[in-house]
Design a binder for this molecule. Sequence first.
Ligand SMILES: C[S@@+](CC[C@H](N)C(=O)[O-])C[C@H]1O[C@@H](n2cnc3c(N)ncnc32)[C@H](O)[C@@H]1O
Length: 293
Amino acid sequence: MFELRLLCPEERVEAVGDALEALDALSVSVEDADAQTPAEQALFGEPGMPPPKEGWQRSLVVALFTEEAQAREAAQLLQPQDFFQGCKLLGIQAVPDQDWVRLTQSQFEPVEITPTFWIVPSWHEPPAGARQVIRLDPGLAFGTGTHPTTRMCLRWIARHAPAGQRVLDYGCGSGILAIGAAKHGAAQVDAVDIDEAAVRSTEANAQANGVQLTAGLPERAKGRYDSVLANILATPLKVLAPLLASHVAPGGALVLAGILARQAQELKDAYEPYCQLDVSDEEDGWILMTAKL
Ligand SMILES: C[S@@+](CC[C@H](N)C(=O)[O-])C[C@H]1O[C@@H](n2cnc3c(N)ncnc32)[C@H](O)[C@@H]1O
């Protein structure tokens, strides 16, 4: 692979990027040409505010090509164009071969939920002492155990070991909570999501983990469950309050995540007609709220 490196003023970046893509660049990346210098510019605003400006004053534009000849031809075609005015060709250089798969994989390590309960990517050996292991690779659906909300739900499952129970994972994503419950002995597990891709991902992950569960769209959730887990977000959790509460069997547990610490009271209020929610775990500003019905 060969990369063509260009320096472009802010107003030229879009046209040059589009032209490079039209010239069959495999990828085009843009970064602040003044990064790591006193002239570096931040392009993010205060929370809730727009960014101070759309682009950097000077951008380093890097286009990747399979062949050196393609990179040279792109440079020759770009230089006489009107929209190239003010831009500068920095050079063409070979990109050393990398094992990209290995590099990506090396960023995903096994995740410890408890000393005996781990989430382990397929390319790793489970750590010694792991008794319940969820095999899961980063994929399209949310839930690979790297987010605090998922970890808190899994910790709850490990602590409350739902052996023999009927469990509902509402908003299953990758199916990680449903699989975790099955690995802890749940007798029947239903996993539902509004996203069809999540349903397919859950089915595939359940099979890869050798566990039985039923995955489907939300209407697949039927009747009452001993434990209902929902890691969504505060707003949908509030809307879903009557529905989720109606799926919990008398004496059963409701476990909600995806809630920021400052949203605790709103959630308590929304569920007050059905149960008393309490904060039972906290990690990185996220809370786990649970109730017995
Ligand atoms: C934050 S992910 C959680 C995934 C996984 N359960 C976990 O704990 O990592 C939330 C999931 O809820 C799904 N979702 C969002 N709103 C929903 C709704 N109203 N009903 C069912 N699923 C919903 C999303 O498609 C997404 O897969």
